[in-house]
Design a protein around this ligand. Sequence first.
Ligand SMILES: Cc1ncc(COP(=O)(O)O)c(C=O)c1O
Length: 374
Amino acid sequence: MKFIDLDRQYRAYRAEVESAVQGVLESGQFILGPVVEELERTLAEFVGAPHAVGVSSGTDGLLLALMAYGVGAGDKVITTPFTFIATAEVIAFLGAEPVFVDIDPETCNMSTEALASELEKGCDHRLKGIIAVSLYGQCPDMDEIAALARDHGLFLVEDGCQSFGATYRGRRSCGLCEVGVTSFFPAKPLGCYGDGGMVFTSDEEIHQKVRMMRSHGQAKRYRHEVLGINGRLDAMQAAVLLAKFRHFEEEVEARQRAAGRYDALIDELIPGLGRVRVKEGRSSVFAQYTVRVPGGRRDAVQEAMRRQGIPTAVHYPVPLHKQPVFRAYAGLSLPESERAAAEVLSLPMHPFIEPEEQRQVVEALAEALAESGV
Ligand SMILES: Cc1ncc(COP(=O)(O)O)c(C=O)c1O
């Protein structure tokens, strides 16, 4: 069994993907160009954002968004420590300081209360914005977070690298605030066959800046208006994404059905086991289906499942304020993030997982939990 079975997906769409890639090979246009533009238009319409800019990865998308907002040395940007390193890395990379606030244990997303109390601490002119992460495929309280951002004159970026396709109060992730960023890393809900990402925005000025900055700050060939990077999306990846996107909504539904089956199996076999909850008024794309194993037994349970041939994963074992690279934060205490890092365990999840496989996973989990005395 695989944690994410990309082979099955490839076999299902093989002819379409190969013909799309063949088209790019024959076009001779490998970076940006009409296929990337078609993907930008298609996905902008899907998320309901006026503009989309194809970029080289989710990380570069976040970096470009912060660059477009002018984030630099001495600035501060609020985010959560319970996310992939890239979210905070881009803040620090620009010489700014991440400000970590704790998470809501139900969803593992940023706690709106923790954010509000951080903002109540008083006016800090160095504070420029917030990156709200839609972890595991579910958006945080975006409207409340957007209201707090507005009240404090802060920009708000949604890190939607795990949540492309998720809905929040009838709207789509990445189109919920001024800037949303997603990743097309192969294992993401909409993944390509390499690295890729997209920046969505409703703001024309940010749009133009991100467009320039992804191509060395050039407005036209060899005319460099601002500092930028090489952050462009390849045509080959865009072609793969356009082919896969035709099946994307079916895949999201398949993921949601699979999550429902996990819920039912856990209710049947391990009632009372903690898991990440999807809040009312939103849907998750289940980039991960994640349970919680308390009492310091998570690693033993993971090992017992591995012995039974069931792959699992931990997203993420160390919260960012405890990472060596962020050693200056080592004294910071964010108990819910620390507890989640010790307890979370993600089960195999992808649109092609079969009900019998899921039963096997949950039976193995029940046995592993019993063995480790949870
Ligand atoms: C929450 C989050 N942010 C940012 C990223 C970075 O995306 P990429 O790997 O495309 O650079 C990822 C993906 O790994 C992610 O999960």
